[in-house]
Design a protein around this ligand. Structure first.
Ligand code: BGC
Length: 432
């Protein structure tokens, strides 16, 4: 009798423990850097879809555009043995983390979803490390986007600038009419984003890669780099001294208040402007950065799963599958301003901005340029150092382009020395 009683208690306990662990497995903490109102909506949509599948999305959002804060928090959490189950992680940093053996390989999910045929090849490469899929991609952002106020342009009879010469002519006209031509922050990543657009416009994707992926000292010394640096300084003048370290949603608000006629920002600003009451193609247009119409300067958002003790594997795999599924891709990307990572997406269902982005990206690697700022081109440490150098040049008018080129050259030599033994984009590429 007593033995029977004990057995049933044990049975109950085991059932409880199982139920408990199933419950724990269904809660996933997700670290990401989507904290602006529109980014929040996109993250909430993913959380809602996860909930439909029985997964609780425990939000761990870290503020800071381009994930500067999130990257640091992630590092310290992992060091403290407190890795989140899911983390936004993009570009070359995926390979850096995967190399440490911390990421869950999701090959089963990828093969059952035929990711190798449904995803764009560039996306497939970004999420693959040593032949294993280690990230679930969600959307492609276009960084070479120029937003302009349609009413201001129409009033002053300005055509959307196709080249930097036209941009300067437009800026002159706007200034003469008392309108600030460009909304621009001096935050390091936002300055560097402008610079990478200028490099792409001066040179095209091949030279761009030579500078930011290969980090070739000869490219740093090239006259195309000098011209891009010179232009960066000229553009600084067009912001009418209104340059301070503002977050990107602040810059978007300045543009929405008609306090500046143009804004160079990734297309994540599109839903933010929508939230601020502006309508695409009526109040504002989403054009392409001057001189880059043929190209796609991209940032691909993706999530990785920390393997830990594999307790959460089932829920993590479910989440990965969900993120890439066609309905979630459509819903999420519409809210986020990015475009689906899938080749079978339907461009006719996209707005003008998304359609131009998706169809350009679909043309393949020859027109694609990996954003340095958004970790697509090189490892985190090199990226941070290059961005800091560009900001230093931007802020200090006494530094000449030649001096900035010399400093970039020194950095590149250092990186290349280091990557002979450890990390670097070349190494990373080779490992893939
Ligand atoms: C990400 C976007 C994000 C933007 C601003 C980029 O690195 O790809 O999803 O909206 O940063 O924080």
């Amino acid at each position: 009798m007593i033995r029977l009683h004990l057995r049933s208690i044990c049975g109950l306990l085991a059932a409880c423990l199982l139920a408990q662990s199933a419950q724990a497995a269904a809660t996933l903490q997700v670290l990401h850097w989507w904290t602006s109102p529109s980014e929040r909506k996109a993250a909430n949509a993913l959380a809602a879809r996860a909930a439909d599948e029985g997964i609780e999305w425990k939000d761990a959002a870290i503020p800071g555009g381009a994930g500067l804060g999130a990257g640091k928090v992630l590092k310290s959490r992992v060091l403290a043995g407190d890795a989140p189950e899911v983390s936004q992680m993009i570009g070359v940093s995926i390979a850096e983390w995967a190399d440490l053996g911390l990421l869950l390989e999701i090959d089963n999910v990828a093969s059952s979803g035929n990711w190798n045929t449904t995803l764009f090849p560039t996306i497939q490469t970004l999420i693959t490390h040593r032949k294993h899929v280690v990230a679930a991609p969600v959307g492609i952002h276009r960084v070479n986007t120029l937003f302009y106020n349609r009413q201001l342009f129409a009033q002053l009879k300005i055509a959307p600038p196709q080249s930097w010469e036209e941009f300067e002519a437009a800026a002159q006209k706007l200034k003469a009419a008392g309108v600030v031509p460009l909304a621009q922050s001096s935050e390091a990543w936002q300055v560097a984003a402008l610079f990478e657009n200028l490099v792409l416009a001066e040179s095209g994707p091949e030279f761009y890669r030579q500078l930011f992926v290969k980090r070739d000292p000869a490219a740093a010394a090239d006259k195309r780099t000098a011209e891009a640096l010179q232009r960066l300084r000229t553009i600084k003048g067009w912001a009418n001294g209104q340059i301070d370290e503002r977050s990107w949603p602040d810059v978007a608000r300045q543009f929405a208040r008609r306090e500046a006629a143009m804004m160079m920002m990734g297309d994540w600003a599109k839903p933010e402007l929508r939230d601020l009451g502006m309508t695409l193609d009526e109040d504002f247009a989403c054009g392409v950065a001057p001189g880059t119409a043929k190209y796609h300067l991209y940032s691909v958002d993706s999530f990785t799963m920390f393997a830990g003790d594999y307790r959460h594997m089932a829920a993590q795999e479910k989440m990965a599958r969900l993120l890439v599924s066609p309905p979630v891709q459509v819903e999420y990307n519409t809210l986020k301003g990015s475009v689906p990572v899938r080749r079978d997406a339907d461009p006719s269902r996209m707005d003008s901005c998304a359609r131009a982005s998706w169809t350009t990206f679909a043309l393949g690697a020859a027109v694609q340029a990996p954003s340095l700022v958004h970790r697509m081109a090189t490892d985190e440490a090199s990226r941070d150092a290059i961005i800091a150098e560009i900001q230093r040049y931007f802020l200090d008018d006494r530094t000449t382009p030649a001096e900035a080129q010399r400093r970039l050259g020194v950095l590149f030599r250092l990186f290349n020395l280091r990557s002979q033994g450890a990390y670097g984009a070349q190494d990373t590429d080779r490992r893939r």
